[in-house]
Design a protein around this ligand. Sequence first.
Ligand code: FE2
Ligand code: FE2
Length: 270
Amino acid sequence: METHANARASHTLRADAAEARERERGRLIDRGLDPDQVIGETEGNPIDVATFYDILGKMAASEKAGQSPTYSLARLALRAGLPNEIADTLFLAYNQQSAEEAGHGDKVFGNAYFSLGGTAPGGENSVFGDGADVASGLKPGDDPRENERLLGSVAGTIGGIEIVALQRVFPLVTRLCEGWDHPIARALVRQIREVVRPEESRHVLIWRYVFHQLIAPKGAAHVDQYLQATNAGRTQLVAPPFDRETFDRMIGTRAPSSRQLLGSDRAPVS
Ligand SMILES: [Fe+2]
Ligand SMILES: [Fe+2]
């Protein structure tokens, strides 16, 4: 039941969003850009420059939010009672992912957003919160099995998010950039192609690695939980859940090598 207080709160939220939208439009106009120029569509809805700019701000904040939980997962991997080689590989891979998510957030999408409007993207625009809340739940405890369980469930959810980003979000942003053909959009397309997509592809490999090393050997119930965790991640980006067949195809039949996870020159010392 909606109370008067709730109605007032949601009215205020809508008014705030409209105000933020006006401010964004004003910044684009100040820089000689036409916020109403339609540059593409998604699911039949036209997308103009103002909407594209807003999407960039959300992407910058959401990518940046990936830094904290992956940084924590790296540390959790060292406390999960795993064989040394697996623990080392996961530490290095998640640490690297943490740096790369910050790079996507700040350097790629954050700087494109800044270039269009002269303002830093607001962290509050992340679709996942600022990431610190998730990270605070990932402090390793004294029980290695509990640490391993936590690692597996968060790895599934983050993998689900990464796959949606790779298969849906980056292609959409690339299409919009190509539809606009502004110098900043052209630079962004190049960075997505050369930096972001190859790095995100490796992040999806971590999702596969965790599955084959930690989850699959434990049996069907654990496999089902990993599928559910993956789908929980997809749901956060409003993507439909994987059915079992798609999941099986995406997860592959064996673990990627640590060289594949880390890039060719960064394998752990053994
Ligand atoms: Fe990313
Ligand atoms: Fe990623």
